[in-house]
Write a protein that binds this ligand. Sequence first.
Ligand code: NAD
Ligand code: TYD
Length: 353
Amino acid sequence: MKNILITGGAGFIGSHLVRRMVNRYPEYHIVNLDKLTYAGNLENLRDIEEASNYSFIKADICDAAAIHQVFEEHKINSVIHLAAESHVDRSIADPLAFVTTNVLGTAVLLNAAKHFWKDFQDVLFYHVSTDEVYGSLGEEGFFTEETAYDPRSPYSASKAGSDHLVRAWHHTYGMPVVISNCSNNYGSFQFPEKLLPLFISNIVNNKSLPVYGKGENIRDWLWVEDHCQAIDLIFHEAKPGSTYNIGGWNEWKNIDLIRLLCQIMDRKLGRTPGQSEGLITYIKDRPGHDLRYAIDAHKLENELGWKPSITFEEGLEKTVDWYLNNPEWVNRVTSGAYQQYYHQQYIERVQKP
Ligand code: NAD
Ligand code: TYD
């Protein structure tokens, strides 16, 4: 019997993963633990909240007493850890929040697992991490699992720190752990501060599209459900102590991706071709902006037979359709406490070209 603690399950990737695990594995008990920060919304999980193999607990991963209670009550024997502060721009504005949740919170979870998993039999601690720990690539080359860590933003440095802690618990105490480092995800339920949902929402509302620098930075995009399929596979098949990079061989220069998005939006909204592109506004570059991320996914493909299930064009269409069909979700998650912060940041950015 697997009793799986999924942390951060009310967030973007976490909600897709929780839904997948609850639906595919009725014999498992899925415990979703989330602090419900601005980025976590139980609304993301309405369709499965009544499932008999699902429980939700509102708690902070830094709260050792609460975490111990969950391990004890639910007899947790696997952890899939996603809870994190996840947005680079916010990490530049408030780095300590990232160190606290991403570094300290991960250590609290590892310590609880060590305390309850006496002989380390039939247990696993899986850390969901990012390719940003590897730093920034030039025009050539890819990140492999052997690439040396070289994080450059407070976000990526805090994720690198948490990866190191997970490996330390493996090497020092013998805890069975797995880490995966994934490229940029896109899809439904992503908080509208990240590039794609922010720009979709701004195009709908005829607001400017703030492009950092000249838009020449490159990201490698993967559909969130393909990421979750990879996590499911790695969780069940990977050897303890191993690491996998996850990516769909899908690099896009920001400005090319933004232009493609503008064309799709013009078509979907029945606007004159070129109308949405008129909203593009070049702004002062993000400090320390990593030039290029690109994943070499050969290990995952060759060892575990993983492949993305859909093309980028299909995924982007699905994503745009979801946001256009769910404007009330966007309005709700960006109202309240977030509203003030968002407008302040937005105004500051567009006013400093
Ligand atoms: P997200 O910001 O959408 O969700 C994070 C979730 O964690 C939220 O539900 C939030 O409430 C919760 N959380 C935050 N602090 C917490 C705390 N102290 N205690 C408990 N819960 C807390 O993030 P996401 O984009 O879904 O990313 C999930 C994980 O995947 C992160 O660890 C991130 O580093 C990693 N990742 C993300 C991407 C990406 O493109 N989004 C790519 C690779 C890896
Ligand atoms: P983002 O979605 O923040 O992800 P990450 O920084 O983790 O890769 O940004 C993706 C790319 O888009 C990144 O190069 C920064 C750029 N970007 C903009 O140009 N403008 C924006 O308003 C945002 C949010 C991102």
